[in-house]
Write a protein that binds this ligand. Structure first.
Ligand code: ZN
Length: 246
C-alpha cells in the first residue's frame, strides 16, 4: 500500500462526524423492574440494551415484557445461558464445552422466540481469549468490564469511544451502588462525553430503591436521562452505536 492510500484513508476517518452519546446496558435481565419505566424511556428518547441470561427460566409474562422492550426499539443482547463463572469452568472443561453449554443453546432459545441477538456480554467480567475467538464469530461485539476506584474515577476509565468503532471488544463501567460511583463523579463522566464528543459505555443491573449493592436507583437513571436531554447527548443501543460513522 502506497503512502497516498494511507493518507486518503486518514482523511476519510477524520471526516466522520463524532457525536456525544451514552450506551446504557442492563446485565442479567431484570425485565420486570425496567419494564415499568418503558413509557418514561419512550418519552425521553432513551434506548437501552439488556443482556439476558437464564432466559429459559423466565416466566412467560416476563418473556412478553422482554418482547415489548425489543418492539419499542430497545435491544436484547446475550449474557450466557446459566451465568456461570467462566474461569472456574475452564479449569475443568474445554472451550467447546462452554459453547455447547453456555452459548449456543441459550442463543438458539432467544432467537427461536423472535429476539434479534447481535451482541454479547460476559458474566462477572470473566473472559478468555480462546472464548473470544469463538464469540466474535457469533456476535458483533463482546462486552467486558473496566473497574473504577478511588484512584481511577469514571471519567478516567477506558470506556469512552470515538466513531467509528473498529473493535469487537467493548468495555463498560458499572454504575450500581456496589461500584461507589458518586453522583458528581457520574456527572463529570457525562460532561466529558458531552464536551469531547465521545460515547460513554455504562452498565447496571436491577432498577430499584432497595439500596442493595447490585441496584441502581431510578433517581440515578433520571440523572443520566436529564443530563443527556439537556446536553444533546444521545442514549443509544449497542447495535446503533456500532453502526454509527460507518
Ligand atoms: Zn451478569
Amino acid at each position: 500500500m502506497g503512502v497516498g492510500v494511507l493518507f486518503s484513508f486518514a482523511l476519510e476517518r477524520s471526516e466522520v462526524k463524532q457525536i456525544s452519546g451514552v450506551v446504557l446496558t442492563i446485565d442479567d435481565g431484570y425485565i420486570d423492574h425496567w419494564h415499568k419505566y418503558l413509557d418514561y424511556f419512550d418519552k425521553h428518547n432513551v434506548k437501552l440494551t439488556m443482556y439476558i441470561t437464564t432466559y429459559h427460566m423466565l416466566k412467560d409474562s416476563s418473556k412478553l415484557k422482554l418482547k415489548e422492550f425489543q418492539k419499542r426499539g430497545h435491544e436484547v443482547g446475550f449474557h450466557t445461558r446459566n451465568h456461570i463463572h467462566l474461569r472456574q469452568f475452564l479449569k475443568e472443561n474445554s472451550v467447546e464445552n462452554y459453547l455447547k453449554q453456555e452459548i449456543d443453546p441459550g442463543l438458539e432459545e432467544l432467537k427461536r422466540d423472535g429476539f434479534n441477538i447481535e451482541n454479547f456480554a460476559y458474566p462477572y467480567g470473566e473472559n478468555s481469549n480462546e472464548v473470544d475467538i469463538e464469540l466474535v464469530k457469533r456476535f458483533n461485539s463482546i462486552r467486558k468490564l473496566k473497574w473504577t476506584s478511588e484512584d481511577r474515577k469514571l471519567k478516567d476509565a477506558d470506556v469512552f469511544y470515538s466513531l467509528p468503532v473498529e473493535t469487537k471488544i467493548l468495555y463498560g463501567a458499572g454504575i450500581d451502588l456496589a461500584y461507589k460511583v458518586g453522583d458528581e463523579e457520574l456527572t463529570e463522566a457525562l460532561e466529558k462525553a458531552a464536551t469531547e464528543k465521545k460515547i460513554l459505555f455504562l452498565y447496571c443491573h436491577r432498577l430499584d430503591e432497595s439500596g442493595e449493592p447490585w441496584t441502581t436507583s431510578f433517581n440515578r437513571i433520571k440523572q443520566i436521562v436529564e443530563f443527556c436531554e439537556k446536553n444533546k447527548v444521545k442514549m443509544l443501543t449497542v447495535r446503533k452505536f456500532l453502526t454509527l460513522g460507518k
